[in-house]
Design a protein around this ligand. Structure first.
Ligand SMILES: Cc1cc2nc3c(=O)[nH]c(=O)nc-3n(C[C@H](O)[C@H](O)[C@H](O)COP(=O)(O)OP(=O)(O)OC[C@H]3O[C@@H](n4cnc5c(N)ncnc54)[C@H](O)[C@@H]3O)c2cc1C
Length: 393
């Protein structure tokens, strides 16, 4: 059994009654992106997670390279992947992307993000639920180490959306399931490989993400009732790899309200994971930054909680169209007869289509957003860099 790094026994002192100006629950992609935006703000920011930072990888860890550079975490890159292949039972199409993916080391990336979170505190604690608000309007967060209080609370706890009720419960919820293995590998590919085969997932896909001396090979099903373990093992064996070092999780495929009960939801807890591709790291960064900027304005007395909730909620919702398009494709693509899909992939593979389609896709959460200092804007269809009136940080 894997033993996760977390505080235990005597280290687990009570946190009952601890207060913070901002309480960020969850210390993975979304939570650390929010905390990073608050670095050096002078605010008392507390991040909590059930495990130590970087302890539990839950993804194949592939992200557009430009996003990793923009977040200052390019040192975590294990391999750059300028190509993608899409295989059906009939043919493999190989695309050269207008931008590249990079696979990265999760622990190194989290450490690099945390290093940028100057002045932010961290504690391990398991979050249980939202409690009753206090008389001064602060929220109460119940954890296994006591109840914490803060006026500004972020749920970056992943798909379970712990601070809202009722929670999503698989397999009934709009969640996909993914499982992968991480064998050692001497595969010298330069592509992120996608396998669209009904034998692997009736509605879903398989993948291989080369990551230097390791490969991340897995299968995801948009249908949460379909188990994918046998298929993951089969894919790994077919690719000449051993099915070892398993890791799996659910990931959302529907955008949800990004605010509720005065809580900010970021990343998978708000459904910020693209349908069809199941890509949720870049979007966790993107919406985490947007949320962090709103919070920073509140702690600088340039805004208040209500305005920040409204602006962040509207910003997230303004991306609804892109998420709906991706969800429609998630329904249409698996329904296409495999021979027709093979033909479509060949046509879409013309370089000008690849450039347009993948350019549009990146632009729904563009890396330039990490550099711009705008709050809650612009949405994906607006030009970048247009500061909102009175919103400059
Ligand atoms: C098999 C698989 C492969 C994937 N591959 C990719 C990929 O290559 N690229 C990509 O972009 N996306 C990928 N995804 C999706 C991606 O992993 C998620 O969208 C992303 O992790 C969301 O980030 P997050 O910070 O919102 O949530 P998470 O990464 O889930 O982080 C949640 C954090 O909250 C903590 N936490 C949870 N519950 C509690 C609690 N009760 N109390 C305290 N702490 C808690 C966890 O320990 C964790 O640190 C993959 C998903 C799966 C399942």
């Amino acid at each position: 059994m894997t033993v996760r790094a977390t505080s235990r026994g005597a280290q687990r002192t009570s946190l009952e009654g601890v207060r913070a100006e901002v309480l960020i629950c969850g210390a993975s992609f979304a939570g650390l992106a929010v905390a990073r935006e608050l670095a050096g703000s002078g605010a008392d920011v507390l991040v909590i997670d059930r495990y130590e930072i970087g302890e539990r990888q839950t993804s194949a860890c592939a992200c557009p390279t430009r996003w990793l550079e923009a977040m200052g975490v390019a040192g975590s890159i294990k391999q750059e992947l300028p190509y993608m292949t899409f295989s059906t039972p009939y043919r493999t199409a190989r695309y050269r992307l207008p931008w590249s993916w990079s696979s990265f080391d999760y622990r190194t990336l989290c450490a690099a993000l945390w290093e940028q979170c100057t002045g932010v505190r961290f504690e391990t604690a398991k979050v249980e639920s939202l409690g009753e608000p206090t008389a001064d309007g602060s929220l109460s967060v119940i954890t296994d180490r006591g109840t914490l209080h803060s006026p500004l609370v972020v749920d970056a706890l992943g798909w379970r959306r712990v601070l809202s009720s009722p929670h999503y419960q698989p397999p009934q919820a709009p969640l996909s399931r993914g499982l992968e293995v991480h064998p050692d590998s001497d595969h010298s590919g330069d592509a992120l490989d996608v396998f669209v085969e009904r034998g692997l997932a009736r509605r879903g896909f398989g993948w291989r993400v080369p990551a230097g001396d390791e490969a991340r090979i897995g299968v995801g099903s948009y249908d949460p009732s379909q188990h994918v373990k046998r298929e993951t093992v089969e894919l790994a064996e077919r690719l000449g790899s051993e099915a070892v070092k398993y890791q799996g999780n659910w990931f959302p495929h529907r955008l949800r309200d990004a605010t509720g009960d005065n809580v900010f939801f970021v990343g998978d807890s708000a459904g910020h994971c693209f349908p069809l591709s199941g890509e949720g790291i870049r979007t966790a960064f993107y919406f985490g930054i947007a949320c962090g900027r709103e919070l920073r304005a509140v702690v600088a007395n340039e805004s208040d909680r209500e305005s920040a909730l409204a602006a962040y909620g509207a910003f997230s919702a303004s991306h609804g169209r892109a998420f709906r398009i991706a969800l429609a494709l998630q329904r249409i693509v698996p329904a296409l007869p495999p021979r027709l899909l093979t033909g479509v992939l060949a046509v879409v593979g013309l370089q000008r289509f690849v450039d347009r389609a993948f350019g549009w896709y990146l632009n729904q959460a563009p890396p330039e957003f990490a550099d711009s200092a705008t709050r809650s804007g612009p949405g994906p269809s607006e030009p970048l860099g247009a500061p909102l009136a009175g919103a400059a940080r």
